[in-house]
Design a protein around this ligand. Structure first.
Ligand SMILES: [Zn+2]
Length: 317
């Protein structure tokens, strides 16, 4: 679907959700933003390009917004479809985007040793199956531009969900492809129901990203797992994401105020889950991402303190 002049959104299935990839079309070349899973490119992007008469020989750049399997898995398939493509990503995410074992270990396995939370062997197997990763050609830090011919897109560093997360801003249509830079109060299923918590991880950066995107005030906000947001809906999307950080912080502090005992990350998440969202018990455990982010932030500010583990625990100061 063409969502703004020359910007196409291609949705591919992802279990009971979807992931949206984007094509930004200039006179000379095309940029693909995110590659979904292997099948997202092999089937969905290919079919879309054929129907929209976008010649794969014109696909010059592919930008991975961040290191998550559902945004990078189709890199190998895209190189087959468009052999001339150059891959770009945020420098801080590069190692995880180039190697699936690094992605599984560092992105999804970071809670394993100190917090007793990890992906199952089955999920790890699924991630290996749907990802074909490649070396990245161009490492970005934000501030770069890409000339696609009659259209020059700007790269913004929008960290928080990951350290290297990027946004592609198109001044021509005043559109920002923010992918997962902001995640409101829940990630959604394809039918718009809450699927699991917003997995932002670095709270300071995430809040700064929300404020920066509010100041940018792009007319059209293009995400990976939510409907297109235009005008007031785009502003609201950023405001809801920013306000939710205050909610999580408050709930974390309330949970810790209720006890004299130091609590583990999972214990804090499970005690607060009912006040943070409607998710069932399994998916609610993904609160480990934002809640660890808040505990680190509150520790830096001297409001809570960490008791070394494992498991690591926290107490009000
Ligand atoms: Zn995603």
């Amino acid at each position: 679907m063409e969502v703004a002049e020359g910007i196409h959104r291609v949705e591919a299935p992802l279990a009971d959700r979807y992931v949206a990839m984007y094509l930004v079309v200039g006179h000379d070349s095309v940029m693909v933003v995110d590659t979904g899973l292997d099948e997202s490119v092999r089937v969905h992007l290919r079919d879309y390009c054929a129907a929209a008469r976008i010649d794969p020989a014109r696909i010059r750049y592919a930008l991975n917004t961040h290191a998550d399997f559902d945004h990078v898995g189709g890199n190998g398939a895209l190189r087959e479809f468009a052999p001339g493509v150059l891959f770009a990503c945020g420098e801080r995410d590069r190692a995880m985007i180039e190697d699936v074992e690094t992605l599984i270990d560092q992105r999804y396995g970071e809670f394993r040793h100190h917090h007793g939370f990890d992906e199952t062997a089955e999920t790890q197997g699924f991630i290996r199956e749907v990802c074909r990763l490649l070396p990245i050609d161009i490492g970005l830090t934000g501030g770069e531009t890409f000339d696609l011919g009659g259209r020059r897109v700007e790269i913004l560093h929008t960290p928080g969900h990951s350290r290297g997360h990027l946004t592609v801003y198109d001044p021509l249509t005043d559109s920002a492809i923010i992918a997962d830079a902001l995640l409101t109060t829940s990630v959604l299923t394809a039918s718009g129901q809450p699927a699991f918590p917003p997995t932002y991880r670095y709270v300071d950066s995430y809040r700064a990203t929300a404020r920066m995107l509010l100041a940018l005030n792009a007319r059209t906000l293009l995400t990976s797992h939510y409907p297109v947001a235009v005008g007031p809906a785009a502003v609201e999307f950023c405001e809801i994401s920013l306000a939710y950080c205050d909610t999580v912080e408050r709930v974390v502090l309330d949970v810790l105020a209720d006890t004299d005992q130091p609590l583990s990350l999972l214990a804090i998440c499970r005690a607060g889950a009912g006040r943070l969202g409607p998710w069932p018990a399994g998916p609610a455990d993904y609160l480990v991402y934002p809640v660890l982010g808040h505990l680190e932030d509150l520790t830096r500010r001297g409001i809570v303190h960490e008791v070394p583990g494992p498991p690591t625990t926290w107490q009000r100061t």
